[in-house]
Design a protein around this ligand. Structure first.
Ligand code: B1M
Length: 235
């Protein structure tokens, strides 16, 4: 078979086995093919994969490859935007499964990406997992200034403030926000959680957060515990 013929051959996603399909979804995510990523997500769910498994093994793993080639100058912003759009297509299918908890909210969280930063996929995932863990989530979007966070805290009166940053240049802004909460004497009114790929535990402590979350699942685990401790210490 010539290369030309091979390229023309249409791939039927439903005919691939799980491993082939997962690899194909990494390729489709890389190529920004939203419809194919959505279809692959639906096929894996129909094969009884859990939403978490599809998310981690098909979508997040695919985006990790995109991130490596973005870093290395092989992919550029327009291609990465298409990949992000494809990932969001898959996430939209998973969202109802990740958030179904069916219980009364155990608390409220305001979450947003910090000023200067427009990455929102991780934040969106954290929001979904927190909803799944029984929280009411108010997502204030990207590029949030101190004033935006303060206005959201005032308006929504949450238990938890969550901040996300994906850039080493924007992550220090978390300290600006927390310092302002301290200055206004309202820091202890909230559990503050921070997360994002360039952060770590040490950074979380250094900026004065209550918790650093490695990923969305950890945020959903940590939040109820920290909230419980805070409520117990206040009782
Ligand atoms: Co950007 N980008 N990007 N980008 N981008 C990164 C982050 C980068 C690591 C790529 C690279 O070089 N390998 C690099 C940062 C380098 C650094 O600072 N160390 C980078 C860069 C440099 C840039 C630009 C500056 C590029 C340019 O313009 N020259 C630019 C900056 C724009 C800006 O924000 N001002 C830029 C732009 C973009 C796009 C717009 C093209 C697009 C964003 C689209 C969107 O989000 N809607 C984009 C993307 C997609 C990425 C990568 C490829 C993928 C990020 C992602 O969505 N990951 C990323 C490379 C990478 O991280 N591998 C990269 C998937 C997501 C599920 O993971 O976001 O880590 P993540 O979230 C996780 C955890 O971190 C955690 O839980 C989430 C889920 O488990 N978490 C939290 C996140 N937030 C949390 C909050 C919490 C708790 C946990 O609070 C409680």
């Amino acid at each position: 078979m010539t290369d030309e013929n091979y390229d023309d051959e249409e791939i039927i996603l439903s005919e691939l086995d799980d491993e082939e399909l997962t690899l194909q979804m990494h390729d489709d995510l890389y190529d920004g093919l939203r419809e194919e990523v959505v279809e692959g997500t639906e096929i894996l769910l129909a094969r009884n994969w859990s939403a978490e498994k599809v998310l981690n093994e098909a979508l997040v793993a695919g985006m990790t490859i995109v991130g490596i080639d973005f870093r290395d100058g092989i992919l550029f912003v327009p291609e990465v935007l298409l990949a992000a759009n494809a990932m969001k297509g898959g996430m939209a299918i998973l969202k109802p499964l990740l958030v179904e908890s069916g219980v009364e909210p155990i608390g409220k969280m305001v979450i947003g990406t910090v000023k200067g930063d427009i990455h929102d996929i991780g934040k969106n995932l954290v929001g979904m997992m927190m909803e799944g863990a029984g929280f009411e989530v108010v997502d204030i979007g990207i590029n949030n200034s101190v004033e935006d966070y303060l206005a959201a805290l005032e308006e929504h009166n949450p238990d938890i403030l969550g901040m996300s940053a994906l850039l080493t240049t924007t992550m220090p802004y978390m300290k600006v926000v927390i310092d302002e909460l301290v200055r206004l004497n309202i820091r202890d009114d909230y559990v503050v959680l921070v997360g994002g790929a360039p952060l770590n535990e040490e950074f979380g402590q250094a900026v004065g957060a209550d918790g650093y979350c490695r990923d969305a699942a950890q945020a959903a685990q940590m939040a109820p515990l920290l909230l419980h401790n805070r409520r117990a210490s206040r009782a």
